[in-house]
Design a protein around this ligand. Sequence first.
Ligand SMILES: [Ca+2]
Length: 399
Amino acid sequence: MTDPSPIILDCDPGHDDAVAMLLAWGNPAVDLLAVTTVAGNQTLDKVTRNALGVARAGGMDGLTVAAGADRPLVGPQLIPEEIHGESGLDGPALPAPDREVDPRHAVDLMADILREREPGTVTLVPTGALTNIALLTRMHPDVVDRVRQVVLMGGGHHTGNMTPAAEFNILADPEAAALVFDAPWTVTMCGLDVTHKALATPHFVRELTEIGTPLAGFVAELLEFFGASYTRERGYPAPPMHDPVAVAAVIDPTLVRTVAAPVAVETRGEHTRGMTVVDLRRTFDPEDPSSLLVRDTPGAVGAAGAGGTVEGTTATSPRPRPCGTGWPWTSTSRGSTGSSSTRSAPSGPPTWGDVTGGPAPPTPAGPRAPVDTPRRCRPANGGPVDNPPARPPVVRPVR
Ligand SMILES: [Ca+2]
């Protein structure tokens, strides 16, 4: 067995963040070095409290938890309370913390770990707003080239969940996301294209419940609350396991398909702020270090949903390559690649809904709910509920 891949999970628990934490801690293919928190699904104090509670519930003895940015770089904080609840982790009773938060700022903790470890070994796995990761590039620019890769949950190709164009983690801090995608490291974007296929189905939740342990019951309750939110607010039959997909992509890169493409983050668009603009024209220079990797699953891109083969499944390539001619939306057989032996789930609990061979993206029941507007996503300062304001491209990096 190869050595576990060391990761830092930067998150905003959050129901799916909680599952991502448990997956990272429980799977032997990764070594969870630290959990850092960022304001996102709730305020920083709440998501940090949640991280500590999940760490205790999961028996994560010795795990370091550090708190990071309490607001976006530029825009207002948006809180999706309609999905995660008032605590950010509504549903099961969360145990009281059994450890203190590390006194270091999350960004400083990341830098310390990156300097202590061999260069090119530590993977950053952000599953919240990218504020901490952006600050890392500005506060500790010397550690950027020590990062092995960034595997993040966020964005989407031609899809959003907060607006028609923007996914929450990117919309929560578009300026930070722009910095992260522009930094000279390899970014793997696990976007809504793939995470909307990783559903925690009722069958899966039932299996969890039947395990009968307190931790399994805790996760089942998490998923039941999360599922009820997604059904009520967005018409989904089961909740997407967004954040665990990013961890899973580190555990087993063959679970998802990699496509090389430049990704830009829209920071100015009146209707597209927070959009990840993926250039799939294959006109970019594959040697250009700004070219980035996007992860995808068979059929995840394009309205038709399709399988087929794609060149450039460069999960471990230090430099992205352009995709070939067999681009997935030109193919038709989703199941043909989804059943490939290279796409089996890794062993070891906990696991998640079937990513590649799972159910098709859900169709909202009845009349289409107005899910693409952030109508109930309120600014943290208690200001009026409104669409995120269009802002000029002002970024004030910390120097
Ligand atoms: Ca998250």
